[in-house]
Write a protein that binds this ligand. Sequence first.
Ligand code: SAM
Ligand code: SF4
Ligand code: SF4
Length: 366
Amino acid sequence: MSPREFLRLARFFAALALKERLFPALHVRPLVAELFLTDNCNLRCVSCACWRATTLGELDTEAWKDVLRQLVALPIHKVNVTGGEPLIRPDAVEIMRFARDIGIRHIHLNTNAILLTPVKLDEVLEAGVRSFNISVDGPKPTHDRIRGRAGAFDRTVAHLRAVIARRDTYRLKIRMNFTVMRDNAASLPDIAALAQDLNVRLYLNLATDRTFLFRHADVSAQSAVAQDELAAAVERVKTIARADPRCLPRPADLDYVLRHFRDVVQKGVPCAESQIKLMIRSRGEIGGCWGHDPHLNVRDFPIARIVDEATYRAEHARFFRKDCVGCGSNYSLNLRWRPSTYVTDALWRWGFASSPNAVGNPAGDR
Ligand SMILES: C[S@@+](CC[C@H](N)C(=O)[O-])C[C@H]1O[C@@H](n2cnc3c(N)ncnc32)[C@H](O)[C@@H]1O
Ligand code: SF4
Ligand code: SF4
């Protein structure tokens, strides 16, 4: 991170601190755009609604390029390319390369990596992508069952290994994304071991049925995780981490994971995610948060006008204080600027057992 970027982030979080304590209506402009290139997909995950219907009328290549030009002018400094599965779009690489060419310095890709063959990986790297989240939802049988495709694990992990092999050359940031849900909660210790084996950072994403892409009765079944099973799995991850913390989540993050499945909102932790991101969906709807159903569209209005508009600003203030459906998205970012979470981590490191409800945990701050 350059000193300028560090300053920009510091300013952003300072503004959030002011917003939390003094000026609830303070407007904080987003720094990152999440581009849902498509809602369609090549897998059939039990936790996801994307593949259950075909989405038509998505933005075409030129419309995405226009969005990117507007984002640079805003200015936005990072784009996260996601979906659905973004790599099913034949123009995905062209769109990412265009983002780089017009000056977006940070391009991140979320993918199931099924299509991230060696040839595609070369193209994606050439297009400027330097950060990856690759989804692995468990050991082979669990992953294949959850993802609805035999052989998915082998393919995804082979492609993940190839990305890891390029890490030093391209200075890549890579995370293995494991979405905690009913059918894989018990696999947490196995996935922790796999992350350490691959030497890749593990991110525990949290299943929800409350936000767009994930609203479906079958998903609701997956977002109900038994507390005792999850607590035992989290405890085992902490035991692994005590022997070797490499690649594993912070204790404060692990505690949040456990709480998520009994309190999806966790109002005590304000939502920085909704402030830092601007979400642009595959058909052009634009909004500031996962749980939000936007009524404005980039096809109708300039992006700069939308983000400075009164309704958008009022919604932003509401999202920040978690007056929302709750989703747990990017909780790790939400915790990173809370000083109490560093106390939790330090206490754990010094041998005190961290507990999800302990003082020093944000839930205990309420
Ligand atoms: C929607 S996918 C898009 C990118 C890509 N298709 C993939 O699977 O990585 C982004 C992330 O959402 C996760 N996810 C799936 N179902 C979810 C749910 N119900 N709640 C929260 N995240 C979920 C996926 O596991 C994946 O890590
Ligand atoms: S989680 Fe990703 S891979 Fe799975 S169905 Fe949803 S979009 Fe597709
Ligand atoms: S926690 Fe609430 S405000 Fe934050 S992204 Fe999720 S739904 Fe939006």
